[in-house]
Design a protein around this ligand. Structure first.
Ligand SMILES: [Zn+2]
Length: 124
C-alpha cells in the first residue's frame, strides 16, 4: 500500500471529492429558509399590526401635543381649535384603512368634516 503525502491527498480531495452540488443545494436551501423566515416574520408583524389597529385605533395629534389647541403668540392664554384633529385626538391612519368599521367611518367622517371646515374658514 502506497501512502500518499498529505499534500497530494488533500489536493485530490479538494479537486475531486468536494460535493459542490450538495453545497450549492444547501446554500440555496439556507437562503430559501432565510427568505421563508423573513416572509413568516413579516406576516407575523402584519397580523400584530392589524390586531393593534383594532385594539388601539386612536392616537394623540402630535402637532398640538394632544391638546387640540393652537396657542396665540401674543395673548398666550388664548387659543384656536387645532385644524388637523378633533380636540387633540385622531383615529390613526391604519385604523382608517384596516380598522373596525366604526373606526373607518369615523376616520372618513372627521377627515371630511375638517376639510369642509377648513375650506369654509369655520374651523377656528
Ligand atoms: Zn391637533
Amino acid at each position: 500500500m502506497i501512502l500518499l503525502s498529505y499534500e497530494s491527498y488533500h489536493s485530490q480531495m479538494t479537486r475531486m471529492h468536494v460535493p459542490w452540488i450538495l453545497i450549492g443545494i444547501e446554500a440555496v436551501a439556507w437562503v430559501m429558509g432565510n427568505v421563508l423566515g423573513l416572509v413568516l416574520a413579516s406576516l407575523g408583524l402584519v397580523v400584530i399590526y392589524l390586531a393593534s389597529v383594532r385594539v388601539h385605533p386612536r392616537v394623540r395629534h402630535r402637532a398640538c401635543g394632544g391638546t387640540g389647541e393652537h396657542r396665540g403668540a401674543v395673548f398666550s392664554w388664548t387659543h384656536r381649535k387645532c385644524p388637523r384633529c378633533n380636540g387633540g385626538r385622531l383615529v390613526r391612519w391604519g385604523a382608517g384603512q384596516w380598522g373596525a368599521e366604526h373606526a373607518r367611518n369615523e376616520y372618513r367622517r372627521t377627515k371630511e368634516a375638517r376639510a369642509t371646515a377648513r375650506s369654509n374658514g369655520t374651523w377656528r
